[in-house]
Write a protein that binds this ligand. Structure first.
Ligand code: NAP
Length: 330
């Protein structure tokens, strides 16, 4: 038997409940993982609330991120072996798989091997955030050395990873927060400049920092009416990658505004994680940064697995600085 988190109706953290389920037979390309840590992701919250970019099929489990040990593999699995320590870099839909359990079945193609003595909490907090930043800033149309990059809501997992990724390629990360108390923490985390949007005008400050030019790339997970100001920070010929909808007033289904001379697009990491070659290069990039200490994942807090609702409430509070992680005791 396994314990997994399910919800039968969409809503707040209170709709989540723990359920004992029989461990199911593995598909040919699947692996069963004994889960030691689960990365709590904003996507989990949005999926549970029915606000994600595809709806849940109820009853549903949830979760994109985890770290653990492989317990069993299907006959076609070559990526990992039984006993391997792994982390999850998701190449699946939440309607098909979820990581919120003490034992879960996932596509083997979603697993990243890790050292047996590595910390599962850090591993669960690493992959989605860093590969999101890599796909946006490094792959394809990379940010150049010296370019200014705007990272809004930068105290989340992706924002903090993007600060480190931007620094690693010689770009200049400008971070934003609504919360004055997070300013020094963002500077300590590597931001070259921090704009507190509750106190300062975003466009004016970015123009000052960039000598009037604007940023060449903006990564924005907020959207909503504030997107207009974010667009205003982008230099002609630059781009805005909209990768989330933290502002509940969002309706990305209506599309992004069109602005001549600025490339505005929706961004997700999944084209990278689903493509074996792009995925391999992303993992190589992140592993190199982890190995030489360039990348140090920031964990905000850990909660016991059974307190999944407490962790979800903490996520909703917006008080976090880095990743929230559930730890599983066996
Ligand atoms: N497209 C992709 O591939 C991809 C991949 C991963 C994550 N995401 C999305 O990226 C977003 C951020 O996720 P995350 O895990 O990095 O961060 P997070 O933990 O969800 O939140 C980061 C920070 O955002 C700020 N924030 C919260 N609500 C806000 C709002 N309404 N307006 C402005 N700022 C707000 C808060 O900091 P302050 O104190 O500064 O307010 C919070 O600490 C989520 O929407 C997630 O679904 C997308």
């Amino acid at each position: 038997m396994a314990r997994q988190v399910f919800f039968d109706t969409t809503g707040g953290p209170e709709v989540l409940h723990l359920q004992e389920v029989p461990t199911r037979a593995l598909g040919a390309s699947e692996a069963r993982i004994r889960v030691d840590a689960i990365g709590v992701n904003r996507a989990d919250a949005m999926f549970r609330a029915g606000r994600y970019f595809y709806p849940p099929e109820l009853p549903s489990t949830l979760g994109y991120e985890a770290a653990g040990v492989v317990e069993a593999i299907g006959p076609d699995v070559t990526e990992v072996a039984v006993g391997d320590s792994v982390a999850v870099l998701p190449a699946f839909k939440l309607t098909d798989h979820g990581t919120y359990g003490d034992h879960v079945v996932l596509p083997a193609a979603s697993l990243v091997p890790r050292a047996a003595d590595s910390d599962p909490v850090t591993a669960a907090a690493t992959w989605m955030a860093y590969v999101s930043a890599y796909g946006a800033l490094v792959e394809g149309d990379p940010v150049a050395k010296g370019d200014h990059v705007l990272l809004t809501a930068a105290s989340g997992g992706v924002g903090l990873a993007a600060i480190q990724v931007a620094n690693s390629i010689g770009a200049v990360p400008i971070a934003t927060t609504r919360t004055p108390a997070k300013k020094q923490r963002l500077l300590d985390a590597g931001a070259a400049h921090v704009i507190v949007t509750s106190e300062e005008d975003l466009v004016t400050r970015v123009r000052e920092i960039t000598d009037g030019r604007g940023v060449t790339t903006a990564m924005d997970p907020v959207g909503g009416p504030g997107i207009v100001d974010v667009i205003g920070t982008v230099a002609p010929g630059g781009r805005l990658l909209a990768y989330g909808i933290l502002d509940p007033r969002n309706d990305l289904a209506q599309g992004l505004p069109k602005v001549p001379g600025i490339d505005l697009g929706l961004y997700t990491l999944f084209p990278v994680t689903y493509d074996p070659e792009r995925r391999r290069k992303a993992i190589e990039f992140v592993e190199a940064g982890l190995a030489d200490g360039t990348f140090t994942p920031v964990v905000d807090s850990t909660f016991d697995f059974v307190d999944f609702a407490g962790a979800a409430n903490h996520m909703e509070s917006g008080a976090q600085f880095g990743k929230i992680v559930l730890t599983v005791r066996h």
